[in-house]
Ligand binder design. Structure first.
Ligand code: ATP
Ligand code: MG
Ligand code: FE
Length: 352
C-alpha cells in the first residue's frame, strides 16, 4: 500500500509518502516538514489564524515536493490520509479539504486520521512493534498513558489533569525569556544547569492512578524565578535543570503506575513506547529505560524527527487503517477535539 499523508493540525505543514508492505513493515519514501517557527516566533507561541493562512500558502507545494521526492504519481496511490484532528481547526480544515480534493480527483480512498493515533502507531513504522504495547504520549497538547491493543483499539490509563508536559516546557521557556519553541531550549539550558540547586515538587508521586499534574511545579518555578529576578544565565540554566529533573521524576513514577495498571488489565505489554514531541528530549531516555526495565519490558522511542509532528506518521496511520479496510467518506468532519479512547472521560472535565 502506498499512502500520501498530510499533517496541518498545529504549526507544521507536512506531507509524506509511506509504503506499508503485506508483512506489516513500513518504508518512508518522502517526508517533508515545513515548520512555521519563523512565522510564530515574534508572538512567543502559535497564532491560530497565522497558522491556518500559512498552511493554505504552503501545503500544495509541500504535497508536490513529497510526491516528487517519492518518485510517484497520484494514480499510484492506494489512499490519501489527512489528520482530521485534534488540533487548531483552521489548519485541520486546510489539510482535510486538500486530502478530500486529491481523493476525489484521483478516485482513491480517503483516510481521516486522528493525529494522536498517528503518534501512537509510529513505532510500528520504524520498528516491528507488536500489540499490545503501552504508549507514553507526551506532546504540546497531550500527556497520556494509553494501552494500544490494536489499530483503532485504545484504552487511556492516565492523563494530565492540567498542563501537558510539552506545554509546561514551553511555558517555562517563555517565563525565563527563552525563545519559542521552548522544549529544546529548556533541554539545552538544563544540560548546563545544577538540578540540585532548587527543591522543586515532584507532582503526584506515589498515587495509585496514572495521572499527571504540572501546574504546581510550574508555579514553583515561577515563584523561584521571580525571587531571583534579574536572572543571571546560570540561574536560568539551574531553573531549567531543576524543572526538567522534577518532570522526569514525576514522569517515571506515573509511568510505573501506568504500567502496573496495564499489566492488571491486559497482561504484559510487548513494549513501552514514547511518542510525541517531548520524546525528542534526550534526557528522558535514561528514566524511560529504567522504568521499562523495572516493568520487564523493552523501551521503544522513534527517532526525534518522527516524534515531533510530521506527515509520515499520518501516512502510516492511514496505511494501517487502509490495510484493515477502514476508510472514510467525503463527509468526514474536521475536529478540534477528538479523544483517542472514546470511553475516556475521567478525570472530571479534563478531556485531554
Ligand atoms: P499534539 O500532538 O498534542 O496535538 P503538538 O502536535 O503541538 O501537540 P508535538 O509537535 O508532538 O505537539 O510536540 C511539540 C511539543 O514538544 C512542544 O510543546 C515542544 O516544546 C515539545 N518538545 C519538543 N522538543 C522537546 C525537547 N527536546 N524537550 C522537551 N519538550 C520538547
Ligand atoms: Mg508542533
Ligand atoms: Fe503532535
Amino acid at each position: 500500500l502506498l499512502v500520501l499523508g498530510i499533517e496541518t493540525t498545529c504549526d507544521e505543514t507536512a506531507a509524506a509518502v509511506v509504503e506499508r508492505r503485506a508483512d506489516g513493515s513500513g518504508r518512508i519514501l518522502s517526508n517533508i516538514v515545513r515548520s512555521q517557527i519563523d512565522e510564530h516566533a515574534p508572538f512567543g507561541g502559535v497564532v491560530p489564524e497565522i497558522a491556518a493562512r500559512a498552511h493554505v500558502d504552503l501545503l500544495d507545494g509541500i504535497v508536490a515536493n513529497a510526491m516528487r521526492e517519492a518518485g510517484t504519481g497520484f494514480a499510484q496511490l492506494s489512499g490519501v490520509a489527512a489528520a482530521a484532528g485534534p488540533g487548531l481547526i483552521g489548519g485541520v480544515i486546510v489539510g482535510l479539504t486538500t486530502a478530500k480534493a486529491i481523493a476525489l480527483v484521483h478516485n482513491t480512498p480517503l483516510i481521516a486520521v486522528n493525529h494522536l493515533e498517528a503518534h501512537a502507531l509510529t513505532p510500528r513504522l520504524t520498528d516491528a512493534t507488536e500489540f499490545p504495547y503501552c504508549l507514553f504520549l507526551a506532546s504540546g497538547g497531550h500527556t497520556q498513558i494509553v494501552a494500544v491493543l490494536g489499530v483503532g483499539d485504545y484504552v487511556r490509563l492516565g492523563t494530565t489533569v492540567d498542563d501537558a508536559i510539552g506545554e509546561a516546557f514551553d511555558k517555562i521557556a517563555k517565563m525565563l525569556g527563552l525563545p519559542y519553541p521552548g522544549g529544546p531550549q529548556v533541554e539545552r539550558a538544563a544540560a548546563s544547569g545544577d538540578a540540585a540547586r532548587f527543591a522543586f515538587p515532584r507532582p503526584m508521586l506515589g498515587r495509585p492512578d496514572a495521572n499527571f499534574s504540572l501546574s504546581g511545579l510550574k508555579t514553583a518555578v515561577r515563584n523561584e524565578a521571580s525571587r531571583l529576578t534579574p536572572l543571571e544565565p546560570q540561574d536560568i540554566n539551574d531553573l531549567c535543570a531543576g524543572f526538567q529533573a522534577a518532570v522526569l521524576d514525576s514522569m517515571a513514577d506515573r509511568l510505573g503506575a501506568g504500567l502496573r495498571l496495564f499489566r492488571e488489565r491486559f497482561g504484559a505489554p510487548k513494549a513501552l513506547v514514547a511518542a510525541g514531541g517531548v520524546a525528542a528530549n534526550q534526557a528522558i531516555r535514561r528514566p524511560l529505560r529504567e522504568v521499562a526495565a523495572k516493568a520487564q519490558t523493552t523501551l521503544m522511542v522513534p527517532p526525534p524527527a518522527l516524534c515531533t509532528d510530521n506527515g509520515a506518521m499520518i501516512a502510516w496511520a492511514g496505511a494501517e487503517r487502509l490495510a484493515l479496510g477502514l476508510t472514510d467518506t467525503m463527509d468526514a468532519a474536521p475536529r478540534a477535539r477528538w479523544l483517542l479512547d472514546a470511553n475516556a472521560t475521567a478525570p472530571g472535565k479534563f478531556a485531554n
